[in-house]
Design a binder for this molecule. Structure first.
Ligand SMILES: Nc1ncnc2c1ncn2[C@@H]1O[C@H](COP(=O)(O)OP(=O)(O)OP(=O)(O)O)[C@@H](O)[C@H]1O
Length: 124
């Protein structure tokens, strides 16, 4: 079945959201650069397909949560331009979600890259 005009425009709006977030969110830009470096290193070290898949999964998780965090920040700023304790909970929890995913992604990265990097360096 051919995709409808509406589906194309939804895809376009999603891309607009990603571009707008990239323009305004420096943490998202940092995570994108880190993702490119990790993927390039994984290819250079010829990591097994399963490890590559796991890395892509955690990268997708961190970047998606960055986008959700951006959305929550925008909604809070819209709903509560002045300080509000619920706005603080929403923004801090959203930032916390990104932090949790980033910490576990880094741990997974260390577990996956440790042996291949030691081997590449010629260390035991
Ligand atoms: N309307 C608000 N009500 C209550 N606390 C807020 C509000 N806006 C921001 N804060 C507090 O200030 C912190 C920083 O908010 P800010 O909107 O500057 O986001 P940020 O984490 O600096 O994001 P970024 O700089 O990536 O856009 C929040 O995590 C929250 O604790």
């Amino acid at each position: 079945m051919k995709p409808s005009r509406r589906e194309f425009s939804s895809f376009g709006y999603a891309l607009e959201g990603i571009v707008a977030s990239l323009k305004t969110q420096r943490h998202l830009r940092f995570h994108c650069v880190a993702a490119v470096i990790v993927i390039a290193a994984a290819i250079a070290l010829s990591l097994p397909v399963r490890d590559m898949a796991l890395l892509l999964l955690v990268i997708a998780l961190v970047l998606s949560l960055e986008l959700v965090n951006t959305a929550i920040e925008a909604v809070v700023d819209l709903a509560a331009p002045e300080w509000h304790h619920l706005g603080k909970i929403a923004k801090d929890a959203a930032a916390g979600a990104v932090l949790v995913a980033a910490i576990f992604a880094a741990a997974i990265g260390i577990l996956i890259f440790y042996k291949p990097v030691m081997h590449w360096l010629g260390l035991p």
